[in-house]
Design a protein around this ligand. Structure first.
Ligand code: MN
Length: 384
């Protein structure tokens, strides 16, 4: 029996993870669950899965839950509580589905204990890829991607030598504004940006998909996971989201991983890796699908992808600047304090203004994150 800790169990990846775990009652136990403040859903999860302990980040919500549960489950509070859970729990696998930079510290905590991390929080690798890679080696820990593209590449690379890779092809749906002209980005509403054509996800990643920053972050994530230079990582638009990514090899062969757009498939693969287990998830019906189409992304229309390539080529803290600026910009857009087309503008501004540190330590990453947020917030509000 493997004890699973789900960081962010009430979000979209967290809920899907619990559905996967529910299919394997003899193999996995949802031992530790956490939420920011969604205690209604957490309470249902506690009743259904009987975790050993839970953590609630928001202090008011934590004390409310304590009252309701009346000692029936151990409730940890705040960021310290979450850290305590990861550093002291009896855990075999941590599924990290926290949103944004907040996912970094718990990932490090788990790696230091040699716990396997199933990573859905791509920002961890974007901001601190070099440090994480180093820590994984030092502590002999495993990090398995949950992100569907990276799960696809991992599956394509099974049994292959890294020297035989010619390039990775990350597929992208293109999001809801694939066919919109760039000049119309000024009038994009929050509601329109939150409607993703193929995937049902949390609000931050859905906006990242609309700007295609999600694909930019995934290029950086792939760079660290598979140790390849950005020149060997391409982005290809594939609106049907059936091919989740591909690997081209030196002999011209291409391997692709296909499946229905359902996050339960990559989540299950991360939990059973390197094995597979049967499931009843929906199958691809090729005759019904009839066609799959592909085209090159327009990097002038979706500037965020280009900004991400620039940041990873620059290296050091540049991707941490890109990430912090993007988190603030997305937040300002979601709060309706800034228009959609301003998002890449703010990120470009941050990359220009904040000095990049090369070979950064963890402290440099945290300092850069804080400094970038301050600069971008005041600049973003000043613009409107
Ligand atoms: Mn993805």
């Amino acid at each position: 029996m493997k004890n699973i800790c789900i960081l962010g169990s009430t979000g979209s990846i967290g809920q899907n993870s619990l559905e996967v775990i529910a299919n394997f009652p003899d193999r996995f136990h949802a031992s530790y669950l956490t939420t920011n403040k969604n205690i209604g859903i957490l309470q249902q999860q506690i009743e259904r899965f009987h975790p050993r302990a839970v953590a609630v980040l928001d202090e008011c919500s934590a004390s409310l839950l304590k009252q309701t549960m009346n000692g029936a489950v151990n409730v940890f509070t705040g960021e310290d509580g979450l850290r305590e859970l990861v550093s002291q729990g009896d855990i075999d696998i941590v599924i990290n589905s926290l949103v944004g930079f907040a996912g970094l510290r718990p990932t490090i905590e788990a790696i230091k204990r040699g716990i396997t991390v199933a990573l859905a929080n791509k920002e961890t690798l974007v901001v601190a890829g070099e440090i994480i890679t180093q820590l994984l080696r030092e502590h002999n820990a495993a990090l398995i991607p949950v992100d569907s593209e990276h799960s696809a590449i991992l599956q394509c690379l099974t049994g292959e030598k890294s020297d035989d890779i010619a390039r990775l092809i990350l597929t992208a749906s293109g999001g809801p504004f694939l066919n919109m002209r760039k000049k119309d980005f000024t009038s994009v509403t929050v509601e329109a940006a939150l409607k993703h054509p193929n995937w049902k996800m949390g609000s931050k990643i859905t906006i990242d998909s609309a700007t295609m920053m999600n694909k930019g972050l995934e290029v950086i994530e792939a760079h660290w996971l598979f140790n390849l230079p950005p020149e060997k990582i391409d982005v290809l638009i594939h609106p049907q989201s059936i091919i989740h990514s591909m690997v081209e090899f030196v002999d011209g062969s291409v391997k692709a991983q296909l499946g229905m757009p359902d996050m339960k498939i990559p989540i299950q693969y991360a939990l059973t890796y390197p094995e597979r287990a049967s499931s009843l998830y929906n199958r691809v019906d090729f005759a019904e699908l009839r066609e799959m189409t592909f085209f090159k992304p327009d990097l002038d229309q979706f500037e965020c992808v280009q900004l991400a390539y620039d940041a990873i080529r620059e290296g050091g803290t540049a991707p941490a600047i890109l990430n912090a600026a993007n988190e603030v910009a997305v937040d300002l857009f979601l709060q309706r304090q800034m228009s959609f087309d301003r998002i890449p503008h703010l990120i470009a501004h941050a990359l220009e203004k904040i000095p990049v540190k090369h070979s950064p330590g963890l402290n440099d990453i945290f300092e850069t994150d804080t400094a970038t947020r301050t600069v971008v917030k005041s600049y973003g509000l000043h613009l409107t």
